[in-house]
Write a protein that binds this ligand. Structure first.
Ligand code: ADP
Ligand code: ZN
Ligand code: ZN
Length: 817
C-alpha cells in the first residue's frame, strides 16, 4: 500500500519542516499553502502550512497523522512561499518565524490560542451545528476559552476546524492585544424590506396602513430621508418621524422594515464616488514622465522630492495608470505616516478600491483584506499599509510604492524575522516582475548610493508645489544667547520673536524636542549621583505630570525622590529637558494660546494621535510641541514656523547613522513649515551651530551631506560600502554573557578574521536585568554574503551545543541599519 506524507511548516523556530502522514484522499486533496491542524509533542496543537506532498522515504522520527485540513484552497500562494524562504534565508531565521509574522493570528490557531465571543456582530444561531453551538454556549458562561479547554468541552482532539468555522461565521474571535482599544459602537439602520421595493406592493402596503397612521408616518419619513441619506439611522428616523421605538418594532415584526448594523468609522469607504486626481504641476509632470521613462529602463526608481513637492500626487497619477492594467498595487509607508489624513486622501481618488492593512488592526479586518488580495478582489486592488502589508497574498502585483523609504521604522528589530521592509518588498516586486517607486525628501544613503551606482533610476524634484519656497532657516547659538542673557527658559529671543509674529498672524507653530518627559537627568548637586533604573543601566527620566521617575527602556517607575539616595542631601536638580518641560514653559510664556504635546506619552492608542492631528487641522491648537512623531508626513496648512529646541542631542547620539538621521529628521521637521503661499521659517537652536550637518540642513544641501557621509562611512567600514550583521548576546549573569560573547567572537574570527569586531557593550549595557553585548561582522560589498552567513550559522550551531551557554540568548540581525 502506498504511503503519503506531507511536509508541514510550523510557526515556531524550527529549522526544517515537520513530516506527517496522510491518507490517499488527503494527499489528493491537499496543496501547498493550505493549512492543517497537527499534533506536536505530547499535547500541543499547531496550525501549520503544507509545504510539500510526497511519497519519499519517511523521516527518522515516527510520523503522526494530521488532525484536520483547514482550507479548501490554499491561503498562501507559491510566490509567497518563495518570498518567505528568501526572507528566512537572508535574515537568518526560520520559515516558521516568517510565517508567524506574516499571517494574521486568526489563521494560526494553536493550543495556546484564546478564543472569545464577538460582541460587535449579530449572527443567526440557527446556522450553527451541534458542536459549534456547544462552544458558543460555553462562551456565554466563560468570557474566554483556551483551545485545550474546548478539547475537553467537546471531548475530542480535533477541534481547530470547529473553531475555524466559528471564526468564519463571525461568532468568535482570537483574543489579541488590540492597539485600538476604542471600539466604535455599531449603529442600527433601517430600510424597507425587499418585497416592498416594487411599486405595486408598496402602494398596496401604504393603502393598508392608512388605518395605522403612526406606522404610515414612519414609512413616509423614511422615504424622505432616503432621498438624501444612503443609510438611515434608526434613531434619526424615530426622531424625524416623531415616533417611538415600539412603532418601529411593530414595523420590523410585521416584516415591513428591516434592520441592519454598520460600524460608523469602519475602514470601509462610504463617501462620494471617486474623484479625479488633481492636475500635476509642470514640475510634477516632468518628474512623472521621468519616472515612466525610468521604468522602461529599470524596475526600481528612487524619487528624491523635497518636502511638500507633492510626491503623493505623483504616486496617485502613477497608481491611476497602473489600475488600468488590472494589476494589484501596494503602497507601504511607516506606520506613523499611515494617517487618516492620507487614507482619506487616497479614498477620495480611488473610492472603494483602497484597502488598508496594518498589523495592529483587528484580526477580522486583516483576514478580510487577506482574502480580498488572494481572490484579487477590486476592493483590495490598492493596498495601503505599514510594513506588514508586504506579507499579503498578492496574485498579480504590478506596482509598489515605498514612501519615506529612509525611515528607520521599516526595519523590524524584534522578534525574528529582523527584516527591512524596503529591501524585502524589493524582492517581492522582483518575484512579481512589478515596478517599484521609492520616495523620500531625504533618501537613505543606501538607496541614493544604489541610484548613483545605476542600480536604480533616479528622479529629482526640487520644487515645492504651488511655487512655495523652501522654508527659511536660521541657526541660533544657545551658548551665545545664554551669555547675553537672551534665553527665557529654553527659548531664545529669536525663537520667541518669531513665535509671537506667527501667532499674531493666526498661524500655527510646531516645536520639536527629541526627548519626552520633563527632564532626562536628575542629579544630586552635592554628590553628582543620578537615580538609576534598578533593571537597566540608564538614569531615570523625570515626568512632572505624575511626579515620577521613569525608565524609558523597561517602563519602571517610582515616585520622585525628595532626597538623594546616595548621600541623603535634598539637593536633587534636573538637567536637560523634554517635551513636557517645553509644554510647561509654553503655558507660562503664551497663556492665551492653546498648547498641545505630541509624543509617546500623549498618543498611546491610535485615536489620541488622530485626534491631535484633527485638532491641529481645526486650528484648535496654536502651538504643538513634540518628538520626532511630528516629522512624519503631516500636512498642516497653517504652520508657518517650526522651532527645533535643541539639535545637539540628535547629533551626539552614539550611532554611526546619527549624522544622516539628524539631517533627515531636521529636514523633515523643517518641511512642516510654510506649506502654502507664505514662506515658512525654521529656527534651529544649538550649542554648536557651526556643526557641518546643521549647515547642510540649513542650506538644504543633501548632496553635500551624502558625499561627506558616504566618505566617512567608507573610512569606518559602514554601509553602503559594507554590510553589517550584528550578533547580540544576552544573559542575566554578566560573566556568563561575557564568556559566551567572547567565545562566539573567537569562533567567528577564525574564518572571518578582521571583519569581526567586538564584543562591545552598547551604550545601555543592561536592559530588564539582562546584560547585553554586541559582535559586529562587517562584510565588504564584494565579499560573498552567503559564505559569511554560513560561518555565522555554523558558529551558532556549535554555540547551541555548549551546555554552559544553553540559556544565553543569541540573536542575529542582518543589515542592522
Ligand atoms: P510631499 O509628500 O512631497 O511632502 P504632498 O504630496 O503632501 O507633498 O503635497 C503637499 C501639498 O500640496 C498637499 O497639501 C497637496 O494636496 C498639495 N499638492 C501637491 N500637488 C498638488 C497638485 N498637483 N494639485 C493640487 N494640490 C497639490
Ligand atoms: Zn547626593
Ligand atoms: Zn529600566
Amino acid at each position: 500500500m502506498p504511503v503519503y506524507f506531507i511536509d508541514v511548516i510550523l510557526p515556531i523556530p524550527l529549522r526544517q519542516a515537520f513530516t506527517y502522514n496522510v491518507n490517499k484522499d488527503e494527499a489528493g486533496f491537499l496543496k501547498p499553502g493550505m493549512r492543517v491542524a497537527v499534533p506536536f509533542g505530547k499535547s500541543k496543537i499547531y496550525t501549520g502550512i503544507v509545504y510539500a506532498i510526497h511519497q519519499n522515504d519517511p523521516p527518522t522520527y515516527e510520523t503522526k497523522s494530521i488532525d484536520q485540513i483547514l482550507d479548501e484552497t490554499p491561503i498562501i500562494t507559491a510566490t509567497q512561499l518563495k518570498h518567505w524562504e528568501w526572507m528566512a534565508n537572508y535574515y537568518m531565521c526560520t520559515l516558521g518565524e516568517v510565517i508567524r509574522a506574516a499571517l494574521p493570528s486568526a489563521f494560526l490557531l494553536e493550543s495556546e490560542t484564546i478564543i472569545t465571543l464577538r460582541k460587535d456582530v449579530e449572527f443567526d444561531e440557527g446556522t450553527l451545528n451541534d458542536e459549534e453551538f456547544v462552544v458558543f454556549e460555553a462562551l456565554q458562561n466563560q468570557s474566554s476559552l483556551h483551545i485545550n479547554d474546548i478539547r475537553n468541552i467537546l471531548d475530542r482532539t480535533h477541534v481547530v476546524g470547529v473553531i475555524q468555522n466559528l471564526i468564519e461565521k463571525g461568532v468568535v474571535t482570537v483574543q489579541e492585544e488590540l492597539f485600538e482599544q476604542y471600539k466604535p459602537k455599531l449603529k442600527r439602520y433601517l430600510k424597507l424590506k425587499a418585497p416592498f421595493h416594487e411599486e405595486a406592493s408598496l402602494r398596496e402596503l401604504l393603502d393598508e396602513l392608512s388605518r395605522a397612521p403612526k406606522q404610515r408616518n414612519v414609512l413616509m419619513t423614511l422615504f424622505m430621508l432616503s432621498a438624501t441619506e444612503k443609510n438611515v439611522e434608526s434613531v434619526l428616523l424615530q426622531k424625524k418621524a416623531d415616533s417611538t421605538a415600539s412603532v418601529i418594532k411593530t414595523l420590523i415584526d410585521k416584516g415591513i422594515l428591516e434592520e441592519y448594523y454598520l460600524q460608523k468609522d469602519r475602514m470601509e469607504y462610504t463617501g462620494d464616488a471617486p474623484s479625479e486626481a488633481k492636475g500635476l504641476s509642470p514640475a510634477q509632470q516632468v518628474a512623472f514622465q521621468e519616472i515612466e521613462a525610468s521604468f522602461k529602463e529599470t524596475d526600481i526608481t528612487l524619487l528624491h522630492g523635497v518636502t511638500s513637492s507633492g510626491k503623493t500626487e505623483i504616486y496617485v497619477k502613477l497608481m491611476e495608470e497602473m489600475l488600468e492594467t488590472g494589476k494589484q498595487i501596494l503602497y507601504i509607508l511607516p506606520e506613523i505616516a499611515l494617517t487618516t489624513q492620507l487614507i482619506s486622501r487616497l479614498q477620495h481618488y480611488f473610492g472603494k478600491k483602497v484597502a488598508v492593512y496594518h498589523s495592529k488592526y483587528s484580526n477580522n479586518e486583516r483576514v478580510e483584506v487577506w482574502q480580498q488580495a488572494l481572490q484579487q478582489k477590486q476592493k483590495a486592488q490598492i493596498v495601503i499599509g505599514a510594513r506588514s502589508a508586504l506579507f499579503l497574498p498578492f496574485q498579480n502585483l504590478g506596482f509598489v510604492i515605498v514612501d519615506e523609504e529612509h525611515e528607520p521604522s521599516f526595519k523590524q528589530y524584534n522578534p525574528a524575522p529582523r527584516y527591512h521592509a524596503r529591501d524585502t518588498v524589493l524582492v517581492l516586486a522582483q518575484l512579481h516582475k512589478a515596478k517599484v517607486l521609492m520616495g523620500s525628501a531625504t533618501p537613505s544613503l543606501e538607496s541614493y548610493y544604489n541610484a548613483k551606482d545605476g542600480k536604480y533610476g533616479l528622479v529629482v524634484l526640487k520644487e515645492r508645489f504651488g511655487n512655495v519656497l523652501m522654508p527659511e532657516m536660521e541657526l541660533v547659538d544657545i551658548r551665545d544667547k545664554l551669555k547675553k542673557k537672551r534665553m527665557s527658559g529654553h527659548f531664545s529671543d529669536r525663537l520667541l520673536e518669531e513665535m509671537e509674529e506667527a501667532l499674531q498672524n493666526k498661524e500655527q507653530v510646531i516645536l520639536f524636542q527629541n526627548r519626552r518627559g520633563y527632564s532626562p537627568i536628575v542629579e544630586c548637586t552635592t554628590c553628582g549621583v543620578s537615580p538609576q533604573c534598578p533593571n537597566c543601566d540608564v538614569s531615570l527620566t523625570y515626568h512632572q505630570h505624575k511626579d515620577q521617575l521613569r525608565c524609558h527602556y523597561c517602563g519602571y517607575s517610582m515616585a520622585m525622590l525628595i532626597s538623594c539616595l546616595a548621600c541623603g542631601s535634598e539637593t536633587l536638580d534636573s538637567k536637560g529637558f523634554g517635551t513636557e518641560q517645553i509644554e510647561e514653559e509654553l503655558k507660562e510664556l503664551f497663556p492665551n494660546h492653546s498648547v498641545a504635546r505630541m509624543d509617546q506619552d500623549t498618543t498611546k492608542g491610535k485615536h489620541a494621535y488622530a485626534k491631535l492631528i484633527e485638532r491641529m487641522e481645526d486650528k484648535d491648537i496654536d502651538i504643538l510641541v513634540g518628538t520626532q512623531m511630528l516629522a512624519k508626513g503631516l500636512d498642516f496648512r497653517d504652520v508657518s514656523l517650526v522651532g527645533v529646541m535643541n539639535a545637539d542631542n540628535l547629533l551626539n547620539f552614539p550611532d554611526f547613522r546619527a549624522h544622516e538621521r539628524s539631517f533627515q529628521l531636521l529636514q523633515q521637521v523643517a518641511g512642516r513649515a510654510g506649506r502654502t503661499q507664505k514662506r515658512g521659517k525654521v529656527i534651529i537652536q544649538s550649542y554648536n551651530p557651526y556643526h557641518q550637518i546643521l549647515r547642510q540642513v540649513s542650506t538644504n544641501d543633501y548632496e553635500g551631506m551624502y558625499k561627506e557621509q558616504t566618505e566617512e562611512r567608507y573610512q569606518f567600514k559602514y554601509p553602503p560600502h559594507y554590510r553589517i550583521i550584528k550578533i547580540t548576546v544576552k544573559h542575566r549573569n554578566f560573566s556568563t554573557m561575557d564568556k559566551a560573547s567572547k567565545w562566539f567572537a573567537e569562533v567567528l574570527k577564525m574564518p572571518l578574521k578582521e571583519h569581526v569586531l567586538g564584543p562591545v557593550s552598547p551604550p545601555v549595557g543592561r536592559i530588564r536585568n539582562e546584560f547585553i553585548t554586541n559582535i559586529l561582522v562587517k562584510i565588504p560589498k564584494e565579499n560573498s554574503l552567503s559564505r559569511s552567513k554560513g560561518y555565522i550559522l555554523k558558529a551558532q550551531q556549535r554555540f547551541l551545543a555548549v551546555k554552559e551557554f544553553s540559556r544565553v540568548k543569541l540573536t542575529v540581525d542582518v543589515d542592522n541599519y
